[in-house]
Design a protein around this ligand. Structure first.
Ligand code: GAP
Length: 467
């Protein structure tokens, strides 16, 4: 019997336990840890890689369900003109403010937030300076308690590079700040392949880089992260309906994934950027509060118009049937892989009591669990058990599911605790009875219940439960 206990919450700012579990069990490590860490970067360990693959597979599969969806893998490095055209060079910034005493840098909107003043991150430099000035006397430096700050300066989020600067271009080179631009600049290439026509989508997963002033909340705000973005090209007449249908589809996607629906909500954007027709976020209630998980934006024809202007290429679509020529409108869905994983971990983390034993368990949706089942011989010094477990249980399950672990370290109780912590839905134990009845014990992660299953039924038993 599982009893929830009151410690079932992740506590305070809430991330410590998740961060510690991720390191202890090999999901995520601090980037450049042996050199004291490199802020805003994290490295994925063995289980993190597996979880990440399951998350990106799920997203790809959801996108693939659209018959008119195409996929792209565009370069991280692009011509600097891409970012001038997109508006990132002039307008993609965070409001930076420096403490005059300890010289620490902060985001002005975060400092304002800490005294309960809302300041949208999309405000202009002038607007945020005004709000900051009105509240200056109330704001304390989180590091040294000083109240003396400099002026708020808009600081570019684009990460720069010197790659190829001398040979190919005399302009600035950037690491991409979002994957979306790679899609816009390839839209005509995709259309010209002749496989799709308006309306159609281009989906892409890839790395993005941002010079975040204060990367924070673990995987939530990183300097190097991965995005899953989809741009849907459509006629302006039905773009709003398409926007609404992507909104519901994306929300349903998270619910079907097994995320607690009470922790998901839509948040419409209060201040739309000038070109946007409509925009909202899907928010999740993280331990540090409701925050953006995914953005869904109806961007009008802004992006393609800008690239037409800067590149001189005709971005219009010619409709053979209606003889109409127009720049398609775009509906975008955009979510971070890292942020999705943080949500999944927060949603799955529990501390409960199983019988008399307290445990930490990740109740991960079975499809996402890095390991589907762990196979154990009851005793690792009994060759007959090890041989049976290896050849008759582990090898066939591994061939079928791939995500199967061999675990013979420590006693059975310890193995269960370890597998619970990484969210393995099933632990399979080969004991002395197995040698005569060809059955194994399958222990369920969530309930702790143990069931005897014939080995010939094992594959189907697991398949049914993860389907
Ligand atoms: N193309 C639109 C775009 O990039 P965004 O709101 O800046 O919009 C989209 O980013 C999504 O990418 C966010 O909802 C979030 O999931 C993820 N994301 C953005 N910045 C991030 C960061 N610094 N670290 C991790 N994920 C981030």
């Amino acid at each position: 019997m599982v009893k929830d206990n009151e410690k079932n919450k992740i506590t305070s700012n809430g991330m410590e336990k998740i961060v510690s579990l991720c390191k202890r069990r090999g999901f995520v490590f601090q980037g450049s840890e042996i050199y004291g860490g490199f802020a805003g970067t994290y490295d994925w360990g063995h289980l993190g890689v597996a979880l990440k693959r399951n998350v990106t597979d799920a997203w790809n599969k959801a996108m693939q369900n659209h018959h008119n969806m195409t996929f792209l893998d565009s370069s991280i490095f692009t011509s600097g003109k891409v970012w001038e055209a997109s508006g990132h060079v002039s307008g993609f910034s965070d409001p930076l403010v420096i403490c005059n005493k300890c010289k620490e840098k902060f985001r002005a909107d975060h400092l304002l937030e800490s005294i309960g003043v809302k300041a949208d991150e999309k405000l202009s430099e002038l607007e945020i300076n005004k709000i900051f000035d009105e509240n200056r006397t109330k704001i304390k430096c989180p590091k040294c308690d000083n109240k003396d700050f400099g002026k708020v300066r808009a600081t570019s989020l684009l990460a720069t590079s010197n790659l190829g600067m001398l040979e190919e271009t005399d302009g600035q080179v950037y690491l991409r700040g979002e994957t979306a631009q790679g899609i816009y600049i390839n839209y005509k290439n995709v259309l010209d392949t002749g496989f799709v026509s308006i309306p159609f989508g281009i989906a892409q997963i890839g790395k993005a880089f941002r010079n975040e002033i204060s990367p924070r909340q673990f995987l939530f705000r990183k300097r190097e992260f991965e995005q899953m973005e989809m741009q849907y090209f459509c006629h302006p007449n039905n773009a709003m309906d398409i926007y609404e249908s992507w909104k519901s589809e994306r929300m349903e996607y998270y619910k079907k994934m097994g995320i607690n629906p009470k922790k998901l909500r839509f948040k419409p954007h209060e201040n739309l950027v000038f070109y946007a027709k409509a925009a909202c976020d899907i928010e999740y209630e993280f331990p540090f509060g409701w925050s953006e998980l995914e953005g869904i934006h109806y961007r009008g024809d802004y992006d393609l118009t800008q690239h037409q202007k800067f590149s001189g290429r005709d971005m219009r679509f010619y409709d053979e049937e209606t003889k109409e020529k127009y720049i398609p409108h775009i509906v975008e869905t955009s979510v971070g892989v890292d942020r999705t994983i943080l949500m999944i971990l927060c949603d799955a983390y529990r501390e409960d009591k199983l019988g008399e034993a307290e445990r930490v368990v990740l109740k991960l949706p079975q499809k996402l669990a890095p390991v589907i089942c762990a196979v154990s011989p009851l005793l690792k010094n009994k060759p007959e058990l090890v041989e049976y477990a290896n050849t008759k249980v582990y090898a066939p399950l591994k061939a079928e599911f791939g995500r199967v672990a061999w675990d013979d370290n420590g006693n059975i109780g310890k193995r269960y605790r370890r597998q619970d912590e990484i969210g393995t839905p099933f632990c399979i134990v080969v004991d002395f009875d197995t040698l005569t009845d060809n059955s194994v014990t399958v222990r369920d992660r969530d309930t702790g219940e143990q069931t005897r299953i014939k080995i010939e039924e094992l594959k189907n038993y697991i398949k049914e439960r993860i389907s």
